[in-house]
Design a binder for this molecule. Structure first.
Ligand code: SF4
Length: 394
């Protein structure tokens, strides 16, 4: 597996008035290129926190205490530790190399701007140089065509525009255009940037299979259905063809038919842009549909990681087995997991699953199990794994 992301010993804590919340403890995880990895577990197990830590967006009073997140977007270069980057370097990665689609599309969109405006804004932030190059070629063409009285009148104005677009296309942070872009009366000189970005925004909407994209670009979020909003959010997330797309329960609020369309769309985009997808879900059936590999999390720790096939056909960790047994199936009585998720302020010592585990030993109550590679790529953190099986299981 060619590695895109490698997380080692990631620990995140929240310092609250009630005490210290153990959000993530010593999490290890790898992701390959062009792979879809599912993070599965109950609410509060640390799935979203892992994603936020990758983006370094853990909000106060949370703190990334220790660990490393190695990211190698360009296979031929040395991986960088995201936790060691300066904030400005991290900003350049967010949205361009790694982007995220959130659970609630309504909350991710600004209600007072049109869909087209919001996508254009993302394009102007992340692809400004490319947009300026398009604007430059359009102005240059107009200058060549410029004949007659109007052409002559507009010539000095277009020459100035050409100079500005050429500056931006050489350096996205060119000083003069940046200053001009901030002065209300003369920033109109750069209007072609917005119009080129708007054209790309419509292309992005077409890319995510939104019918009548030109019309939708002019609409506001409240005028769209849940599925259409989620497509628009995905369009915004992929404007830079990110190497890693994090999808945090993107289909939870959608009905089943729209859900499967969004899953198909993510799968197609992943292949088309050669990206990897980190898919966060509590729904095992969704993970089965889309993921190549799956990581099962419990109370801020990683329990089991393996190929989707191994996780569904040969689950080893008692928690994975309990999760699978709890999935309702026609004609079968679902078996809910007894007990409840531990309080993150006071997680149980030893294996955090021990108060609910039917296989627990005395050792489990005080010693944290390590990660054991049972078969190639299938890792399990449990004291009673013997010869690749949970002792006492059938
Ligand atoms: Fe159960 Fe012990 Fe394994 Fe934890 S380590 S899952 S308590 S058997």
């Amino acid at each position: 597996m060619q590695e895109l992301l490698k997380i080692r010993g990631l620990t995140v804590r929240f310092y609250t008035y009630e005490g210290v919340v153990e959000a993530l403890t010593d999490v290890d995880l790898e992701m390959g290129r062009k792979e879809t990895l599912g993070l599965v577990g109950e609410t509060g197990c640390g799935k979203t926190m892992t994603a936020l830590a990758i983006l370094r967006l853990v909000a106060e009073p949370g703190r990334i205490e220790s660990g490393a997140i190695y990211f190698s977007p360009d296979g031929d270069k040395e991986p960088v530790d995201l936790l060691k980057l300066k904030e400005a370097q991290m900003r350049a990665i967010r949205g361009s190399k790694i982007s995220m689609v959130f659970q609630e599309p309504g909350a991710a969109l600004n209600p007072v701007y049109t869909i087209g405006n919001q996508i254009s804004e993302a394009i102007l932030v992340h692809r400004r140089g490319e947009v300026a190059a398009k604007a430059l070629s359009s102005v240059t063409r107009k200058l060549k065509e410029g004949e007659g009285l109007l052409g002559t009148l507009f010539k000095p104005f277009r020459r100035l525009q050409r100079r500005l677009y050429s500056d931006i296309s050489r350096s996205e942070r060119a000083f003069i255009p940046r200053i001009i872009g901030r002065i209300p009366l003369i920033r109109g000189l750069l209007w072609r940037l917005n119009s080129e970005a708007a054209k790309i925004a419509v292309e992005m909407l077409k890319e995510v299979e939104i019918p009548d994209a030109e019309r939708v670009a002019k609409q506001y979020p409240h005028q769209l259905s849940g599925g259409m909003k989620q497509r628009a959010v995905i369009a915004m997330a992929i404007v830079c063809y990110p190497k890693l797309l994090i999808a945090d329960e993107p289909t939870t609020s959608l009905d089943v038919t729209v859900q499967s369309q969004i899953l198909e769309l993510l799968d197609r985009l992943k292949d088309e842009f050669q990206s990897s997808v980190l898919y966060i879900t509590h729904d095992l059936s969704v993970a089965a549909e889309i993921c190549d590999r799956i990581g099962i999390m419990y109370a801020g720790r990683m329990c089991e990681v393996g190929s989707a096939e191994e996780i569904f056909k040969k689950p080893l960790h008692p928690y994975t087995r309990a999760l699978l047994a709890a999935v309702p199936e026609p004609g079968k009585e679902p078996r809910p997991i007894s007990g409840s998720v531990p309080d993150p302020l006071e997680p149980p010592p030893g294996c955090r699953f021990h108060p609910r585990c039917t296989k627990a030993l005395d050792l489990c109550k005080y010693e944290v199990p390590g990660m054991l590679e049972v078969t190639k790529g299938h890792l399990v953190s449990c004291h009673v794994i013997e010869g690749g099986r949970v002792a006492g299981s059938d």
